[in-house]
Design a protein around this ligand. Structure first.
Ligand code: CP
Length: 320
């Protein structure tokens, strides 16, 4: 097992993790996958700890998988539904955190539409803070589960050619994935029209293509991003039909991928936009595996941040 140097106070961004840190989390995820396959998929590691989910933005996968992960580790959970909370009466994020903290919590899993809110919360609370997505900025556990999914299939990301296709400009998933994939030794090509690229690509070590047809036959992984229409304040593509014609994974394009290529998407998918409905059921599509691995990755993150430490996981041993 690799040993990282991660301070393990919070998880706010992929930028705070070295390659060794990422590999350590993925190694612990292997243990959590084993736990998840047991007839009773539950261990006592976080008994007596309380994890609160604070989602100011919609979520299906991330919110439910963090909740499931905490329960599988025997933590108590609190779920905060913004739509029925005192946020609607004008309560600030800081007052909300202080209110929840007064009830006794150990970790806050937070999603917010504004970049930097999880880091701000981390400066206000003694609890561990895990970023579950902040604006266009970061979604670190998505990058960890994506990296884990590729590693399960290929053993390693070293030398893999990964195409990240679509709306990079508005995508926290793209930002976190690029940092994770390149840290793990993959070559990343961003495939997007110029209007869907961020103003600068520094400091990423990536290649850019504006033509999916140019690169598709060379990809080990074709990672499709969701067109984030809710974040677009202007028309950045002529029409969705034209976007799909140039950048969508149609059956014809999927036929040109190498036979063993993986097709990935963070969800929720816009079928018929970034991926054709007929492609979704092909063997190389690992979208549901990504979701399943998300539970184990989040168990590993909560375990490392809140648990008794990696020393409690003997190499090759079982967690009880
Ligand atoms: N991938 C992802 O973050 O999905 P949710 O928005 O459903 O959590």
């Amino acid at each position: 097992m690799t040993t990282g140097t991660w301070a393990r106070r919070h998880l706010l961004s992929m930028a705070e993790l070295t390659r060794a840190d990422i590999e350590e989390i993925l190694d612990v995820t292997d243990t959590m996958v084993e736990v998840s396959t047991r007839s009773i998929p539950k261990v006592a590691a976080l008994r007596g700890r309380t994890v609160v989910s604070l989602f100011y933005e919609d979520s299906t996968r991330t919110r439910l998988s963090f909740d499931t992960a905490a329960k599988r580790l025997s933590a108590d959970t609190m779920s905060f539904a913004v739509s029925s909370s005192s946020v609607n009466k004008g309560e600030s994020v800081r007052d909300t955190i202080e209110t929840i903290e007064a009830m006794g919590i150990d970790a806050v899993v937070v999603r917010h539409r504004s970049a930097g809110v999880p880091a701000q919360i981390a400066s206000w609370t003694d609890a561990v803070v895990v970023n579950a997505g902040d604006g266009w900025h970061q979604h670190p556990t998505q990058a960890l589960l994506d990296s884990y999914t590729i590693r399960r299939h290929r053993g390693s990301l070293d030398g893999m050619h990964i195409g990240i296709v679509g709306d990079v400009k508005h995508s926290r998933v793209a930002r976190s994935d690029i940092e994770a994939f390149t840290a793990l030794g993959a070559m990343v090509t961003i495939v997007a029209p110029p209007t869907l690229l961020p103003p600068t690509l520094r400091p990423w070590d990536v290649t850019v293509s504006h033509d999916l047809d140019d690169v598709i036959a060379t990809l080990d992984v074709c990672y499709l991003l969701r067109m984030q229409r809710e974040r677009m304040t202007e028309a950045l593509v002529p029409s969705m039909r034209e976007y799909t014609a140039c950048f969508g994974l149609t059956p014809e394009r999927a036929d040109r991928l190498p036979a063993d290529a993986l097709i990935m998407h963070p969800g929720p998918m816009n079928r018929g936009v970034e991926i054709a409905g007929e492609v979704v059921d092909r063997p190389g599509v690992v979208v549901t595996e990504q979701v399943a691995n998300g539970v184990a990755v989040r168990m590993a993150v909560l375990f490392l941040l809140l648990g008794p430490g990696r020393a409690a996981l003997p190499d090759g041993g079982e967690i009880a």
